[in-house]
Ligand binder design. Structure first.
Ligand code: FAD
Length: 449
């Protein structure tokens, strides 16, 4: 009979695969099980939705579920896959409306179940007023609370991308106090080096009402009348009407534990460049899976929409019988907090140290454009390169006014294995409002000794 494909999870990775597979193989039968009511939406918009940069949550939805169904896609929303039998090639599905469970069979399966927010060991974390920001409904609930006038003191636990974006959102709403409490000794600890995070921290600290607490541990949520009023740390107590926990995510793969499928320690499904897991006929991509890293030459966990979409599409091609391969990630990512932006690609210096390679770095502070055109700002560039071959391995940029998009050139340079000397002479564009005759990236390449 017909080949049957089942996809679990209907967002970035799952829907990218579904769109591609159904286009390439019209014969195959394809079913998507999604446990929520929304598919094909972008969580990346959540902080800006919460901060009221735009009004309707519909803006985060790329395409409503009805449109997919009209177009012939077999999507079952409010259906959760609760188990997989890899020998019989069947999944157990629970209809979340009726509560009934049933079995469905597959020839090929894709796990695109994403990740969930990590809940750190903090006392009374389930108190009303404590939120995470991961799912669509998280966004709806958090915005509703953020817009209430009585909620003025905001505490954010964790200073990763999401924590910082939520800080900007709260500031944008004019909240009285925004406190970011971070366990580590700097913000964005996992993805950027200290030179760049210093720039970010300095910017955060210039904003009145925004406080950054580093090397501080949140220990307890203090409630009154069933709602949060304070947060207690190892160093102090702070008023809190709303607490947002943003301390990272963990793959939604617990239901696969018994299958023997290969996972990293955190539960990420290990995949190859085709998106294949260790079990025949099972593919995966997105926040529930690893990504092959181009520079590190290993499978890493870097949950981002960029790779979820790309590897999702690759899986779609492979599900349809077209063998394509993902070229590898560089972990390219960007973040903005208030007026300052930071972007990164390739490996950081910390990663270079862990890899044990012979590397060098250069860090420069320069200007983004000419002095006579309005809007001149500082811009900071760090390059990490191979000390022997001088090939670029990583780059990070911080600055204002679109500074971050220069990182895309560095990503291209790393992919093409260019040396810092080539970057020093690269024909980057120039006109007074955008750059200087020698762009900051030229300068960084030339300063590299
Ligand atoms: P998800 O989007 O998590 O989708 C997985 C789906 O599977 C969910 O809908 C879930 O309900 C469903 N599911 C799970 N288990 C089951 C089951 N057993 N049965 C049925 N369905 C199931 N990335 C960037 O690149 N840039 C950004 O600026 C950025 N900003 C972000 C901001 C926020 C606030 C957040 C939360 C994330 C951000 N990301 C960003 C990350 C990006 O959103 C994710 O990498 C992306 O959504 C991953 O897509 P996915 O399809 O793998 O997983």
């Amino acid at each position: 009979g017909k080949m049957k494909i089942i996809i679990i999870g209907g967002v970035a990775a799952g829907m990218s695969a579904a769109a591609k597979a159904s286009r390439l193989n019209k014969e195959a039968e394809l079913v998507i099980y999604e446990k929520t009511e929304v598919v094909s939406w972008g969580a990346c918009g959540l902080p800006y939705y919460v901060g009221n940069f735009f009004e309707s949550p519909n803006n985060m939805i790329a395409r409503p579920v009805e449109k997919f169904i009209e177009a012939g896609m077999n999507i079952k929303i409010k259906h959760e896959v609760i188990a997989i039998d890899v020998d019989k090639k069947e999944v157990t599905v629970k209809n979340l409306v009726t509560g009934e469970t049933f079995i469905d069979n597959y020839d090929k399966l894709m796990v695109a179940t994403g990740a969930h927010a990590i809940m750190p060991p903090i006392k009374n974390l389930s108190t009303k007023g404590v939120y995470t920001l991961k799912d669509y409904t998280d966004g709806i609930v958090l915005k509703e609370e953020m817009l209430k006038d009585e909620n003025q003191d905001i505490v954010i636990v964790g200073a990763g991308y999401i924590g910082l974006e939520v800080a900007e959102a709260a500031k944008h709403l004019g909240k009285r106090s925004v406190r970011i409490i971070q366990l580590g000794d700097r913000v964005l600890l996992e993805s950027f080096d200290k030179e760049i995070t210093d720039v970010m921290e300095e910017e955060i600290r210039t904003h009145e009402g925004v406080e950054l607490h580093l090397e501080e541990i949140v220990q307890e949520i203090v409630e009154e009348n069933g709602k949060v009023v304070k947060v207690k740390t190892n160093k102090g107590e702070y008023p809190a009407d709303i607490v947002v926990v943003s301390t990272g995510v963990r793959p939604n793969t617990a239901f696969l534990k018994e299958t023997g499928i290969e996972m990293l320690g955190n539960g990420a499904l290990v995949i190859d460049n085709h998106g294949r897991t260790s079990i025949d006929s099972i593919y995966s991509a997105g926040d529930c899976a690893t990504v092959p890293h181009l520079v590190r030459k290993e499978n890493v966990y870097i949950p981002l929409a960029t790779t979820a979409n790309k590897i999702g599409r690759i899986v779609g091609e492979n599900l349809a019988g077209v063998e394509t391969e993902f070229q590898g990630t560089l972990g390219s990512a960007a973040v903005k907090v208030m007026d300052v932006e930071a972007g990164r690609t390739g490996i950081t210096e910390s990663e270079a140290i862990k890899m044990g390679i012979n590397y060098k770095t250069v860090f420069i502070k320069d200007k983004n454009q000419t002095n006579y055109y309005p809007g001149r700002e500082d811009i900071f560039v760090k390059l990490i390169y191979d000390a022997d071959t001088r090939v670029l391995l990583g780059g990070q940029i911080a600055g204002k006014k679109g500074a971050v998009l220069r990182v895309d050139s560095l990503a291209t340079a790393i992919y093409a294995k260019l040396t810092v000397d080539e970057i020093g002479m690269m024909d980057f564009c120039y006109a007074p409002p955008f750059a200087r005759t020698w762009d900051v990236m030229n300068v960084a390449g030339n300063v590299a000794k």
